[in-house]
Write a protein that binds this ligand. Structure first.
Ligand SMILES: [Cu+2]
Length: 159
């Protein structure tokens, strides 16, 4: 479920106000306010007992295909955390807009923490290149919670 209104782990009963993702609002209007052209869902997966971490049930070493985007397209990415740990997920080369109800002043992030059992959606405008997309807990990344997002030019665009 959407947990962007929940305090982080250990901050439930601290006796003072805790800011949550939904409190964030961009100071400036977002540079790209188009709705998404398409949507993808990525599950954050793993096995706590064996300390195995993956995306969509497979590690980076088991998946040789990148996640394909087209340059300039607007993609809604929904991260679904199927594990019992929080994962701060980072996409290189981009700022994305969290879908937390702030319209054209959505907060812009390059990393978003996804709470256990939580899901987070964001919209991103794809920039050409091969971009690392991974959990920012180094051991999780090293164990395989990582992909490459490959952004290719649109058909017909000059190379
Ligand atoms: Cu992680």
């Amino acid at each position: 479920m959407d947990r962007t209104g929940d305090p982080g782990i250990g901050l439930d009963d601290v006796g003072h106000k805790v800011l949550v993702y939904r409190d964030l609002v961009a100071l400036d209007r977002n540079p790209d306010v188009r709705g998404p052209d398409r949507e993808i869902e990525v599950h954050l997966t793993g096995n706590m007992d064996r300390y195995m971490w993956s995306m969509d049930g497979a590690t980076i070493s088991e998946v040789h295909e990148p996640i394909p985007f087209r340059a300039g397209e607007r993609v809604r990415v929904t991260l679904v955390n199927d594990t019992m740990m929080a994962h701060p997920i980072h996409l290189h080369g981009h700022l994305f807009e969290l879908v937390t109800g702030h319209g054209d002043h959505a907060p812009r992030k390059h990393t978003v923490n996804v709470l256990p059992g939580g899901k987070v959606s964001w919209d991103v405008t794809a920039i050409p290149g091969n971009w690392a997309f991974h959990c920012h807990l180094f051991l999780h990344m090293a164990m395989g919670m990582m992909r490459v997002v490959q952004v290719r030019p649109m058909e017909g665009d000059a190379a």
